[in-house]
Design a protein around this ligand. Structure first.
Ligand code: ARG
Length: 461
């Protein structure tokens, strides 16, 4: 059983079927450079504990550097007989520095503590790329919000006209969840920056190796407190998958707005040609595929999280081979976000808004009825009565096929003695929007303040 990491007690090598099932190199090769970084750190710990002479350590580091160079230029790849990235790299190291020295590196470590550490390193690195991409998307949103600062649109609840709002307010409402996602990534990083290296298979090392040295070398903040937890826990991986899914969901909700706004019936936005697609049969089509893919990818990201959680549920301590199934879902989540976010940000940055149409539709559907009620409240009418009066005015206007602002002096008087022509002061979309100046409201001053806060928070995260 030449080349295996565990041949000694076996009379025969693994069956081909087992090899097929067990092999993980087609995905865990993504960890090869992290594995080599771990080996450099581990060699230092072995040298510090007296298991490698200074000369041996130098030869070991040189050999590992050569492996890293070959991984990077693609000349070192896993062989069909390799079970996983760890075994493949040990074989390659032995070929590089000889069996005598190459065989010493495995002392005091196990693939269990290695894989737990390398997965964290991989996710921490990619979390930085994802955070950068989320930040770029937030930037694209705030730039659009500022460029369309004065645009007013129909605000909706239940997808029905509710109250007029600033387009910038709505756009910024899509940015805040992304800011919280950035903050989630930052909080998660602090928890993830722990090194299980040195925990061995589960019970810790007997060789007096310094796990803090290894953690430091790998850029992680500290060693795991418990070697069993360090090698067997995957909540940090699941938490990453949750954040990835949440980002997917937040982008998907924005995508759904874009898809609706882009319909002929709404006509609120035009997509840039570079960020939309055509149809193979209908020459006139221009489709919002980026937004649709965002919606679709959100389902995939939820699947990655759900699959991972299902793997973890009910797993006894400590390491079980099921845990090998943790990597493909999060690798997929990373790859998904890394292609989705830049495309989505590009689409957002190049959206063109038909602000005239949005403003024209904003007062439709009696969306200023709440302003009439608030006007009455400001004159001392209890809200319960104000709601009734405003509702009666809506009904009267609906029967006549007119808008609230078109009600004559006579009609106002007929509906209620509490109404008079000065109510028309609040029956403009600009007046309505400006009046909502409470904290977090849609008034232009509040929305501009909010944007400054949004930018500051996103840059701090
Ligand atoms: N490939 C395994 C994983 O991804 C790590 C190796 C541990 N294997 C073992 N038989 N203990 O989790």
């Amino acid at each position: 059983n030449e080349g295996s990491l565990w041949g000694g007690r076996f009379a025969s090598g693994p069956s081909p079927e087992l090899q097929e099932l067990s092999r993980s190199t087609h995905f865990d090769w993504a960890l090869a450079l992290y594995d080599i970084a771990g080996s450099h750190a581990h060699a230092k710990a072995l040298e510090a504990a007296g298991f490698l002479t200074a000369d041996e350590a130098v030869a070991m580091h040189r050999g590992l550097d050569r492996l890293a160079a070959r991984v990077q230029d693609g000349t070192l790849v896993a062989q069909p007989g390799d079970e996983d990235v760890h075994g493949a790299l040990e074989q390659a190291l032995i070929a590089e520095v000889g069996p005598e020295l190459g065989g010493k590196l495995r002392a005091g470590r196990s693939r269990n503590d290695q894989i737990a550490t390398l997965t964290r390193m991989y996710l921490l690195d990619h979390s930085r790329t994802i955070a950068r991409d989320v930040l770029r998307l937030i930037d694209a949103i705030t730039v659009q919000a500022e460029a369309n600062e004065h645009a007013i649109m129909p605000g909706r609840t239940h997808l029905q006209h509710a109250q007029p709002i600033l387009l910038a307010h709505h756009l910024q409402a899509h940015a805040w969840p992304l800011v919280r996602d950035l903050e989630r990534l930052r909080d998660w990083s602090a928890r993830a920056s722990v090194s299980p290296y040195g925990g061995g298979a589960l019970a810790g090392s007997s060789l007096g190796l310094d796990p803090a040295l290894v953690a430091r070398e790998l850029g992680l903040s500290r060693p795991a407190e418990n070697s069993i937890d360090g090698t067997a826990a995957r909540d940090v991986v699941a938490e990453f998958a949750y954040i990835a899914a949440q980002i997917g969901i937040d982008v998907s909700r924005f995508a759904e707005d874009v898809i609706i706004w882009n319909t002929r019936e709404f006509g609120f936005v035009t997509l840039d040609d570079g960020y939309s697609t055509g149809s193979s049969i209908m020459p006139q089509k221009k489709n919002p595929d980026i937004a649709e893919l965002a919606r679709g990818k959100a389902g995939r990201l939820i699947g990655d999280l759900a699959g991972l959680l299902a793997t973890l549920k009910g797993l006894p301590l400590a390491y079980n081979r099921d845990l090998q199934e943790d990597k493909e879902p999060v690798f997929d989540a990373v790859a998904t976000l890394e292609v989705l976010l830049p495309a989505f940000a590009g689409m957002v940055a190049t959206l063109r808004f038909d602000t005239g149409r949005m403003a024209a539709l904003a007062p439709e559907g009696f969306s200023l009825a709440t302003d009439v009620a608030d006007w009455l409240v400001r004159r001392g009418v209890p809200f319960r009565d104000a709601h009734e009066v405003s509702g009666a005015l809506v009904r009267a206007c609906e029967q006549r096929g007119i808008g609230l602002e078109d009600a004559s002096d006579e009609l106002l008087a007929e509906v209620s003695p509490l109404l008079d022509p000065s109510v028309r002061d609040v029956l403009t979309i600009e007046g309505s929007v400006a009046s909502r100046s409470g904290a977090g409201g849609t008034a232009p001053v509040r929305v501009a303040e909010q944007r400054a806060e949004l930018i500051a928070r996103s840059q701090g995260a």
